[in-house]
Design a binder for this molecule. Sequence first.
Ligand SMILES: CC(C)(COP(=O)(O)OP(=O)(O)OC[C@H]1O[C@@H](n2cnc3c(N)ncnc32)[C@H](O)[C@@H]1OP(=O)(O)O)[C@@H](O)C(=O)NCCC(=O)NCCS
Length: 107
Amino acid sequence: MIEHRHLGVVGVLGFSHKRGTRAEIGYALDRRYWNRGYATEAVRGALRWVKRDWRRNVVVAGHFVDNPASGQVLCKAGFLYTGDVELRPSSARGGEAVATRMMVWLA
Ligand SMILES: CC(C)(COP(=O)(O)OP(=O)(O)OC[C@H]1O[C@@H](n2cnc3c(N)ncnc32)[C@H](O)[C@@H]1OP(=O)(O)O)[C@@H](O)C(=O)NCCC(=O)NCCS
């Protein structure tokens, strides 16, 4: 959970890490709280934990091509574009496959 001191829970963030694959970060913020820097702060905090406590040094992420704000969040947190574009299901669009720009972060 991404919890704000005064507002309570404003979003969620987590990692998927299936055996043999890179850890992948994902997150979503309640629309009421977009563009206040909360996602960027949450991702940066999570990456500090990844490096210091989880002791991983590579994290991947992807953002839908039509969500440039998410790409900006990942760029600000230090991710770089790999150049790969994958088709990923969007639950908000009934599972429709949506082009997703892949990114990577190195500790
Ligand atoms: C992505 C998401 C988490 C953004 O959260 P947020 O708290 O609003 O993000 P921040 O405020 O930290 O940063 C947003 C940045 O995007 C920029 N931005 C906003 N709208 C934009 C647009 N249409 N085009 C380009 N940049 C945009 C903002 O200016 C800001 O950058 P800046 O600080 O350099 O000005 C939110 O859009 C979301 O929950 N999306 C659905 C789920 C998702 O896409 N998850 C990510 C993939 S796992």
